[in-house]
Design a protein around this ligand. Structure first.
Ligand SMILES: [Cu+2]
Length: 123
C-alpha cells in the first residue's frame, strides 16, 4: 500500500516540509491525513476511527466517490464547499460524482481535524 514510485518520493518530502513550515500544528500527529499524497485507483473512503481512510484520493473526472460511515456509535459527515452528506450519520454511505477537475477538500463537521481531500484529474 505504502510503496511509491521513486519519482514521487521527493514530492512527498517537499510536501512534508511545506506542512512543517505551517507551524500552527493541529495536533493531528497521526501522519498522512488530508495533506498526504493522494491514493489513486480508489473510489471508496471509510469514515472510521475519527478519520477518513484514505484521507486523500485522486480520481478521474466523472468518478463517483462513496464514503462509508462505519465508526459504530460515532457519527460523521462529509462537508465540502460544493457538496455535503447532510446530517452526521453512524452507518450507511454517501456518494458524490465529481464532474469537474480540481481539488476538493472536505471535513467532518463533528470532529476537528477530521479532514480529507479528493483530487479530480481531467478525463
Ligand atoms: Cu467525524
Amino acid at each position: 500500500m505504502r510503496r511509491l514510485p521513486a519519482l514521487l518520493v521527493p514530492a512527498v518530502l517537499a510536501a512534508a516540509v511545506v506542512l512543517a513550515g505551517c507551524g500552527s500544528g493541529d495536533g493531528d500527529g497521526g501522519g498522512g491525513g488530508a495533506a498526504a499524497a493522494p491514493v489513486t485507483g480508489v473510489t471508496e473512503v471509510a469514515a472510521k476511527d475519527n478519520r477518513f481512510t484514505p484521507a486523500a484520493i485522486e480520481v478521474p473526472a466523472g468518478s463517483t466517490v462513496t464514503w462509508r460511515f462505519e465508526d459504530g456509535f460515532v457519527p460523521h459527515d462529509v462537508k465540502a464547499d460544493a457538496f455535503t452528506s447532510g446530517d452526521p450519520q453512524r452507518k450507511g454511505t454517501f456518494a458524490h460524482t465529481f464532474d469537474r477537475p480540481g481539488t476538493y477538500p472536505y471535513r467532518c463537521t463533528v470532529h476537528d481535524g477530521m479532514t480529507g481531500r479528493v483530487v479530480v484529474t481531467g478525463s
